[in-house]
Structure formats: structure tokens, C-alpha cells
Design a protein around this ligand. Structure first.
Ligand code: ATP
Ligand code: LTN
Length: 327
């Protein structure tokens, strides 16, 4: 059985990108020893309003359940409720070099233009993420493509630790979804669909069917009016096709074939909207029930207890190896 770890930040409403890039993959690991974390300490690398953060955390937990994660099989918990994360994060920060942190693409994107006022947490966030993963001796980390660089750093830090203090951490690998490594904005297909930069190019998991259909109908395409997969010259259409392929299970060739005799993108877009609505409606229904019920808190308490047991054991090993604990 392999150990699986992943996390999502409660930094806004979840998008179809989060779902297809990360969550849908989580569901395939339920027979493994899997940990799915709500990484609230990562959300605060940019300012959050307290009541809002508390609510988003609860909503994300409900969405984990509504999307089909079974708390009987996997461990679902909130990062800040397992203090070992922050403890190992400090250790990983001390093993990191400024140069390698400054080279992280996500840091450069988020810190761009801020100069003196860049929150320091944006820089030191990747070693914190490394700690999240290493704390469970994870083998596999299902994530979107944008996180691969952080996974490489995680392996580098694990190797550095093992080299200096003796074999302690396993080296994890990223598992990236096939078609939807990176779902792009429907309005600007050169930009990632992002929950913190939300606009009409972003489909939210909790958008109503009418809103989803409207956003897809208005998605940017091109004037060629012929469906073919070519991310370089047809980024808008290719992004829609990737979403279509990921939900329907059809290949790009099969999709092209299906619409070969239908001119324009209108019918394709309508069918895509139907696919997305069909995917999200059951999740939204369960989400409503879970938010109204009272199972969530107990589930999170048990999750934090289960995660703590594993995390504390591995943290202690690391602290002992480097001379931080007496025995
Ligand atoms: P933000 O926009 O606030 O930085 P985010 O959605 O990129 O947030 P997370 O909440 O931490 O960041 O992402 C959770 C998971 O969803 C990660 O594995 C990430 O790679 C994946 N993900 C996020 N956006 C996309 C996308 N557009 N396509 C594919 N995967 C994505
Ligand atoms: N860095 C990720 C979120 C994240 C994560 C993790 C993902 C934090 N800790 C551990 C996988 C494993 C992001 O920004 N999307």
C-alpha cells in the first residue's frame, strides 16, 4: 500500500481546475493510506479575513466529502490542528537556500511587483509544503502541473536532510492528471484557471447550471470554427476539449470525429456545459446536505487525531536525527 498526501488551500471558492487537476485524482487513491489536508496555514501567506477563512475551511471540508472522499477510508484534516506541520516546516526552512526559493515560479508570479512589501511567507511556503508531505513519508502526491516544481524541491530537501542526518525521509513523486494538468481560464486561455483570481473565465464548483452554461457559451475560442486539439495555435478550443476529454473519457481524436460535421463551436459548447453540469450537480446536492448536517466537526476532529499520530512519530525521528530532541 502506498502513502498518499495532498492538500488544497481554503483561499477561495474551489474551481473546476482544482477539481479536475487535483480532487478527481484524490478519489482514485481511497484504497491507499491517504491523507487529504485543508492547508489553512498556506492560505495565510496572503492576507485572509478571519471569519471568512474559518468559513472557507469548513466549505472545503464539505467539498472533500461531497466529491466522494470517504472519511472511513481516508484521513481528512485541517493543517493547523496538527502542529507537527509547522514544527517540521521550520526545520525544512533551515535546510532551504534563498536562491532555490526565489527561483520558484509560483513565488515569482505572486510576488511580482510587490518589492519591499512581499509577504515573507510567500517565499518560505515551499519548504512548508515539503514538510506537509515528508511528515507522512508520502510516496505519491496528486497535484496539478503547477506544483511539480514544489515537489522537486521537496525531494531536494528530503535528500539534503538524509545526507546530513541519516536516512530519514522517503522521496515522494507527483502524480499529475492526464488531460487536465492545467485547466486554463475560459476568458484568457494562456492563464491558469485560478480561485484567487476569480472572474467569468473561472467555473466554480458551486456555480449554478445556468451560470456554468453562460460561462462556457462565452468562452474565448477562435474564428476557424473547426474543432481540433492544438494548444499552441488554438489554446481556447484546446482547453475546452481537455475539459471535455477529462469528464467524458473520450480521446481528442474521438471528440474531433464526433463534431467533424457540425460547423462552429456552438453545439460542442452546449454539450460541454451539459457534461460539466452533470458532473457538478450531484456534488452540489451532497454539499448542501453536508453543510446542513453535523457530521463535519466530528470527522475533522478524528482526522486530526489520526494524522497527528503519524506526523508526531515522523517529526520525532527527524528531530532526534538532527539533535533537537534528547531521546
Ligand atoms: P490560488 O489560485 O489561490 O493560488 P490554487 O487553486 O492554485 O490557488 P490550491 O488550492 O492549493 O491552489 O490548489 C489545489 C490543487 O489544485 C493543486 O494541486 C493545484 O495544482 C490544483 N490546481 C489549481 N488550479 C488548477 C488548474 N487550473 N488546473 C489544474 N489543477 C489546478
Ligand atoms: N502548494 C499547493 C497546496 C499544497 C499542497 C501541499 C499540495 C500545500 N501543501 C502538500 C500537495 C501537498 C498549491 O499551492 N496548490
Amino acid at each position: 500500500m502506498s502513502v498518499v498526501f495532498s492538500g488544497i488551500k481554503p483561499s477561495g471558492e474551489l474551481t473546476l481546475g482544482n477539481y479536475l487537476g487535483a480532487m478527481a485524482q484524490f478519489l482514485t487513491y481511497q484504497e491507499e493510506e491517504a491523507y487529504f489536508c485543508i492547508v489553512n496555514q498556506h492560505a495565510i501567506t496572503v492576507p485572509q479575513e478571519a471569519a471568512e477563512l474559518r468559513q472557507q475551511t469548513r466549505r472545503l471540508a464539505a467539498l472533500y466529502l461531497a466529491s466522494g472522499l470517504d472519511p472511513e477510508k481516508v484521513t481528512i484534516f485541517i493543517q493547523s490542528e496538527v502542529p507537527a506541520h509547522a514544527q517540521l516546516a521550520w526545520i525544512m526552512t533551515t535546510l532551504s537556500q534563498m536562491g532555490e526559493l526565489e527561483r520558484m515560479t509560483q513565488y515569482k508570479e505572486k510576488a511580482g511587483g510587490l518589492n519591499e512589501s512581499i509577504p515573507a511567507g510567500l517565499l518560505t511556503y515551499p519548504p512548508f509544503m515539503a514538510a506537509d508531505i515528508l511528515l507522512y513519508q508520502a510516496d505519491v502526491v496528486p497535484v496539478g502541473d503547477d506544483q511539480q516544481q514544489h515537489l522537486e524541491l521537496t525531494r531536494t530537501l528530503a535528500q539534503r536532510f538524509n545526507y546530513r542526518f541519516g536516512e530519514t525521509f522517503k522521496l515522494p513523486v507527483a502524480a499529475v492528471a492526464k488531460e487536465t494538468t492545467r485547466v486554463m481560464s475560459l476568458q484568457d486561455p494562456l492563464k491558469k484557471m485560478s480561485k484567487s483570481a476569480e472572474d467569468s473565465g473561472t467555473i466554480l464548483l458551486l456555480d449554478s447550471p445556468a451560470v456554468i452554461t453562460k460561462k462556457i457559451k462565452r468562452a474565448v475560442t477562435d474564428s476557424e470554427n473547426k474543432l481540433s486539439y492544438d494548444p499552441e495555435s488554438k489554446p481556447g478550443v484546446s482547453n475546452l476539449m481537455a475539459i471535455y476529454a477529462s469528464i467524458s473519457g473520450l480521446s481528442y481524436a474521438e471528440i474531433e470525429q464526433k463534431y467533424a460535421d457540425i460547423p462552429g463551436y456552438g453545439q460542442f459548447k452546449l454539450d460541454l456545459a451539459e457534461l460539466v453540469v452533470g458532473l457538478l450537480e450531484p456534488i452540489q446536492r451532497r454539499y448542501g446536505e453536508i453543510m446542513a448536517g453535523d457530521e463535519l466537526d466530528d470527522m475533522l476532529t478524528i482526522g486530526a487525531q489520526r494524522a497527528s499520530r503519524v506526523a508526531n512519530k515522523n517529526l520525532h525521528q527527524a528531530e532526534y536525527a538532527m539533535g533537537l530532541s534528547r531521546r
